[in-house]
Design a protein around this ligand. Structure first.
Ligand code: ATP
Length: 238
């Protein structure tokens, strides 16, 4: 097991946003966490990457309890997050943004960095074409690619993707999910949070449904796509 979350609770002040969730991700899998606005998806991601403390429960990564480990050290261990809403450095170029992805990994220099760039530019040729462009002037889809590329620069064993399809046209969404699948086939384990259940479930090995801070269902991605309750709630079909 690569990631094991047990009974995790996270609070903002006195308001508890996650009420004790348990999620497992095996090495090599794509796992998706589906939920509506405010369900707690981003909170779960922040807790895994160390940006938000757990008030209860534990997070174990590759056998090590990382529940209270500093965020930058989690990146060193192999956890890297592409945040929701892109979160690029708008005033920096594409290449500079990608370099920031290696920031927490002082161990990745020279050759490893070159290999990282090569991998990202092969996955996203558009970023290669635009490496000197100021990131803030790129389209929404290109910025989304850059966020994922930057997360990959840290050479994650576990890639956390927070709503990669947000704000994108359907064709681009399909393309982003194809690339996520490709990243996974290259050996990176992926945990992807989505409101767009259709695409996420079609590439996921397994899925968890999050409702108001609790996991209400889990199963195989394929089975979930055919589940009438899930169709009604998350796939826009009655
Ligand atoms: P969305 O799809 O809209 O981004 P989400 O599933 O990612 O939603 P979260 O952002 O994790 O949901 O929010 C879960 C709950 O925690 C919500 O009720 C939200 O209002 C609350 N919350 C999130 N961030 C904060 C914060 N910084 N301070 C207080 N409450 C917060």
């Amino acid at each position: 097991m690569l990631l094991e979350i047990n009974d995790l609770a996270v609070a903002y002040g006195r308001i508890e946003a996650l009420h004790g969730i348990s999620i497992q991700v095996e090495a090599g899998e794509i796992v998706t966490l589906i939920g509506a606005n405010g369900a707690g998806k981003s909170t779960t991601m922040r807790a895994i990457s160390g940006l938000r403390p757990a008030s209860r429960g534990s997070i174990v990564f590759d056998g090590e309890d990382i529940t209270t480990l500093r965020a930058d050290l989690r990146v060193t261990r192999g956890i890297s997050q592409a945040p929701e809403g892109r979160g690029i450095f708008a005033g920096m170029t594409v290449a500079e943004n990608l370099d920031m992805g290696t920031y927490a990994r002082k161990d990745l220099r020279g050759r490893a960095r070159e290999e990282g760039l090569e991998r990202v530019f092969t996955l996203f040729p558009r970023l290669a074409e635009r490496r000197t462009q100021v990131a803030g002037t790129m389209s929404g889809g290109e910025q989304q690619m850059l966020t994922i590329g930057r997360a990959l620069m840290a050479r994650p064993r576990l890639l956390l993707l927070d709503e990669p399809s947000m704000g994108l046209a359907p064709m681009l969404i399909a393309q982003i999910f194809r690339i996520i699948k490709e990243i996974n086939e290259q050996g990176t384990t992926v945990l992807v949070v989505e409101q767009n259940a259709q695409q996420a479930l079609s590439i996921a090995d397994r899925a968890y449904i999050l409702e108001t801070g609790s996991i209400v269902k889990s199963g195989q991605g394929r089975d979930m796509l055919g589940d009438p309750a899930i169709k009604a709630a998350y796939l826009g079909v009655a």
